[in-house]
Design a protein around this ligand. Sequence first.
Ligand SMILES: [Fe+2]
Ligand SMILES: [Fe+2]
Length: 210
Amino acid sequence: MEIKDVIGSFEEAGGDCTTKEKVYSLLGRLGEYHESTLEHSLRIGLLSRDLGSMQNREPKAGLYGALHDIGKISIPKSLLDKCEGFDEEDRKVMKGHVVEGYKILVDYGLPFSAWIALTHHRCQPNFYPTEKEMVNYPFPIAGANPSTRLLADTWASLVGIADVYDAAKNRRNDKFNGMILSPQELKAWLIKQNPSSEQIIERAYENGIF
Ligand SMILES: [Fe+2]
Ligand SMILES: [Fe+2]
């Protein structure tokens, strides 16, 4: 899977040239730093594009999905490569990728992507950042109205669903004691991790996205 093929499939998202150049540049950096995180990001981009199109005919969610883990550029490779034996310190460092992603994307002038990078783990039972931490990271669009903010939160939840799906299906770690989940177990896990999105998950299965 190549960056240009995936981003090219977001043509209908209508991102301008400058936005696309920024996305290419960021994903290129991610690929140079850690290839399997780039591959994960591209898969999330495609899944988010399809979930966004299904939910509100907004394929732009693909761009947000592709950039959701860009903050992992700032996480040590040794931790990104770790498959088992995570301790509290590892978890704390890894959680930092959401804030790193927010900062990188705000600096790049991609505020929606920044918000989604910051909040894509917020709809899960073990969510982060916490309410207290969120006070430090304002919504990066000055004067945004509530519906804009709601839209960004909706996209973040779609990207979060795609992320949990891909991680359970493709990431090697000790979460499931090395076992591969059956399709039924995977669906149940997805709903358990995204309890507010059960209907969306059901629709995604009906539509063949998962
Ligand atoms: Fe993440
Ligand atoms: Fe991810």
